[in-house]
Design a protein around this ligand. Structure first.
Ligand SMILES: NC(=O)c1ccc[n+]([C@@H]2O[C@H](COP(=O)([O-])OP(=O)(O)OC[C@H]3O[C@@H](n4cnc5c(N)ncnc54)[C@H](O)[C@@H]3O)[C@@H](O)[C@H]2O)c1
Length: 386
């Protein structure tokens, strides 16, 4: 007897494929629905049907696009749980491909929820889907949470102005000139999405929570911080910074760092992300809520570049550009106490060990094509990088 049958949308992707492994390992049946976007899977090693070779053979596979008529509905046979991870994931790219992003992230959520809202209930009046967990993102916060120096008061500042950034003044201050000190960001922080991707993710999170409540399906939206690990698309210039830096270093090029490189982020291992999804899918708690999924620790972008160079044994310092991207935030790292208190989820992976593991995987992966120059040229010509 299985624990249930999970449909993982985006299950051939970076996080989704690890989640598939976790769920199968915990006794769930799994079906993957994925359209195998070329930008994500173009360079990956594939089987004869076009699926990435790392995808677990025990999972049932459906190649299809959620946006295509009838595809999502047809994937639901026997499904008891939904993990929705399919998305277009490039923050910078979302600012120029606005229609495509909004269609794939927000409209796809609408398609899923409309199908669920029309499904017949069982004899006891219950929805056939027992639980949903969806991938949201830390990007919906905009700037992280800060404390006004010397006061102990927390604050949710707006993005830095163009004028401030043009002066290459990177840190944040109050209107009175008091310095703001970054502190762990809680789920209560005001949402101030600063990109189309982030607006899409906020909307999709709220859509799932509202329809989940109406249909009485316990629903959690996981606000993922920066996930890293094996199977990350190395040649996709629009995704994770760790993968982009490794791809640069392997090509003997310095990682390119925006601003002064001292911006703080939260890097969480993909296994810890998969564990958070799987634990909540397995839980019987009737919860409709949002949860941060991070490591709970902060690290600067310079430190990531230096750690990766050291682990790759390359004597290459980061190229500190002193340029900025419109909409970039300065600091954001997670307060992870809520998911720990409600579901008992805590990260297990150490950053250095995780990065060393990522590098080992990269060495066995196909040699990545460094597309950083192309994406930089695109950003520059669209006036999104100054
Ligand atoms: N990677 C991170 O650090 C991070 C951080 C915050 C949030 N997230 C979220 O986590 C989720 C997974 O991210 P990832 O890094 O694994 O991305 P990914 O690009 O590796 O995987 C996404 C998968 O979804 C598939 N897909 C996209 N649109 C689809 C559609 N319309 N129909 C069917 N399949 C479709 C793609 O082919 C791909 O396999 C996304 O929702 C993303 O927004 C990721």
């Amino acid at each position: 007897m299985t624990k249930g049958h999970v449909l993982v949308t985006g299950g051939a992707g970076f996080i989704g494929s690890h989640l598939v492994d976790y769920l199968l390992g915990r006794g769930f049946e799994v079906t993957v629905l994925d359209c195998l976007l070329d930008q994500v899977h173009g360079d990956a090693e594939k089987d004869a049907q076009g699926w990435p070779v790392y995808l677990n053979k025990k999972a049932k596979r459906i190649k299809g696009n959620i946006l295509d008529d009838g595809v999502f509905e047809a994937s639901l046979t026997g499904i008891t749980h939904l993990a929705h991870l399919a998305a277009s994931v490039g923050v910078g790219q979302s600012m120029t491909n606005i229609v495509e992003y909004t269609r794939n992230n927000t409209m796809a959520a609408a398609v899923i929820l409309e199908v669920l809202s029309r499904m017949p209930l069982d004899a006891d009046g219950n929805h056939p889907i027992k639980r949903m967990v969806v991938a949201s993102s830390m990007s919906i916060y905009g700037e992280g949470e800060y404390e006004i120096e010397g006061t102990g008061d927390s604050t949710a500042p707006e993005l830095r102005s163009h004028e401030q950034l043009a002066e290459r003044s990177w840190e944040l201050f109050t209107g009175d000139g008091a310095k703001l000190i970054p502190i762990p960001t809680t789920e209560k922080k005001l949402l101030q999405p600063a990109s189309i991707y982030a607006v899409n993710k906020r909307d999709h999170e709220e859509m799932f929570l509202s329809v989940g409540r109406a249909l009485n399906i316990p629903t959690s939206a996981l606000r993922l911080f920066n996930a890293y690990g094996s199977r990350q698309a190395l040649s996709n210039p629009y995704t994770g910074v760790a993968a982009i830096f490794i791809s640069r270093l392997l090509n003997d090029q310095p990682p390119m760092v925006f601003e002064d490189g001292e911006q703080k982020r939260d890097f969480v291992h993909v296994m810890d992300v998969a564990n958070a999804f799987a634990t909540i899918l397995e839980s019987d708690k009737r919860v409709w809520d949002v949860f941060n999924v991070g490591s709970g620790k902060s690290i600067t972008v310079n430190d990531i570049a230096r750690t990766l160079a050291r682990l790759l044994q390359k004597n290459i310092a980061p190229d500190i550009l002193q340029k900025y991207r419109v909409g970039d935030i300065r600091h954001c790292f997670a307060d992870i106490s809520k998911i720990r208190d409600v579901f008992g989820v805590t990260p297990q992976r150490d950053f250095e060990e995780g990065m060393a593991e990522l590098i080992e995987w990269v060495k066995t992966a196909k040699k990545p094509v460094d597309k950083t120059a192309v994406s930089m040229a695109e950003l520059s010509s669209s006036k999104l990088m100054v």
